[in-house]
Ligand binder design. Structure first.
Ligand code: PMP
Length: 402
């Protein structure tokens, strides 16, 4: 082993840190502990029996291609299915050349800054925003600028102010990172008006939008909002989708929808990263759709998550002391909790662990280190009973701090 690894590490490697959440999850493995920390789908949603059959079908009929290297842009049938799904939902400006498969969304969040960001470039994100996005952009040396959210998502007035301020200094951010559907960590779904305002600003200031939307189809009530990609229709938006929350995160299948020229560059970047996403898994996913299993399983999963959310929200109303506020989203996997100003969620975490309940302190989602009195709660992984009992324990921990 060389004596000083630090000395030879690249500048970007020095910026890499292991995820706070993943480290935190290790602390929450005790069986008696109720963990609301991970962003995990429920294993009950995994269609094991159907998959056994589909895997056998793929091996019986298509093994030579399923076990071989495949095109970097992804399995043609799977891409066709995904394009057709968008089209049947009203998206017009999409064809096969606008969609590539990624090794789930996290790879997309790495490939995008890989083709767009030089060290010191500015990237705009929400305050708060998905940690895995913030961290992936930072590795490429992006300087993150946070824009506060309100109950409708990223504030367009503050975004405009920031874009104007940058323009007056001759600067232009590389992209605006938004999670419009049931945002991680807040659960907020952006209404169409706000989406349009942000698109308008992106056009005016000539900045791309990265629309990361893993929770879009995890909707229990209310009306689906049109994607920003559809609303724009003009190449300003790069849309990310994934099967992680609507099928199985272990599949590691996601996709990127964008202008052909952007897709072309991303394919070149992906070639250097992993040549292709698993051919086998893509074939299984495509056949799973073709057999008509997908929509049926998604409807079942969403019904289960709705019950879990309802149980959690009801328990919050019952147990939480005055001064605690939380979001009640129509979909996604999270509630976001705001504590009274003087309570620090990292301190609360220690007390909560003693009470055998865990969550993620919100500050990790704020690129400017704010959000000390906030926390993220996952409601999809634990059972309804555990959601209720965990809420009671969490309320107890909060009462101790108040
Ligand atoms: N984006 C957001 C907003 C997420 O919440 C997640 C997963 N928690 C991801 C991307 C990454 O998901 P995956 O790589 O499993 O598709």
């Amino acid at each position: 082993m060389i004596t000083d690894l630090d000395q030879i590490l690249s500048a970007s490697a020095k910026r890499m840190k292991r995820s706070v959440i993943r480290e935190l999850l290790k602390m929450t493995q005790r069986p008696e502990l109720i963990s609301f920390a991970g962003g995990l789908p429920s294993p009950e949603s995994f269609p094991v029996e159907q998959l056994k059959q589909v895997v056998a079908e793929v091996l019986d009929t298509d093994s030579a291609r399923a076990l071989q290297y495949s095109e970097t842009e992804g399995d043609k049938r799977l891409r066709e299915i995904l394009v057709e799904r968008y089209k049947s939902n009203g998206v017009k400006n999409i064809s096969l050349n606008n969609l590539m498969i990624s090794t789930a969304s996290q790879q997309a969040l790495d490939l995008i800054p890989k083709i767009l960001v030089n060290p010191g470039d500015k990237v705009i994100c929400g305050l708060p925003s998905y940690l895995g996005g913030i961290s992936a952009f930072s590795i490429y040396g992006a300087e993150l600028i946070g824009i506060e959210l309100d109950e409708q998502g990223m504030r367009s007035d503050l975004l405009e102010k920031k874009l104007e301020e940058l323009k007056s200094k001759g600067e232009k951010p590389k992209f605006i990172y938004v999670i419009p559907d049931f945002q991680n960590p807040t659960g907020i779904c952006m209404p169409e008006k706000r989406r349009l305002e942000i698109i308008e600003l992106a056009r005016k200031y000539d900045v791309l939008i990265v629309e990361d939307s893993p929770y879009r189809e995890v909707r229990f009530s209310g009306t689906p909002q049109r994607t920003m990609y559809e609303l724009d229709g003009n190449g300003q938006v790069i849309l990310l989708g994934t099967m992680s929350k609507i099928f199985a995160p272990g599949f590691r299948i996601g996709w990127i929808v964008a202008h052909e020229d952007v897709i072309d560059k991303l394919i070149a970047a992906k070639q250097n990263t992993d040549l292709c996403t698993s051919s086998f898994v893509q074939k299984i996913a495509a056949r799973y759709f073709d057999n008509g299993y997908f929509e049926e399983n998604l409807a079942k999963t969403n019904a289960m998550y709705k019950s879990k959310r309802d149980a959690m929200v009801k328990a919050f109303h019952k147990y939480m002391p005055e001064g605690v506020k939380w979001t009640e989203p129509e979909g996604g996997l999270f509630l976001f909790v705001t504590l009274p100003e003087h309570i620090n969620a990292e301190e609360l975490f220690k007390i909560a662990i003693n009470e055998n309940v865990a969550f993620v302190p919100g500050t990790v989602f704020y690129c400017n280190g704010e959000g000390k009195n906030t926390l993220r709660i996952n409601f999809s992984f634990m059972s309804e009973e555990m959601n209720i009992e965990g809420s009671r324990r969490l309320a107890n921990a909060i009462k101790q701090m108040i």
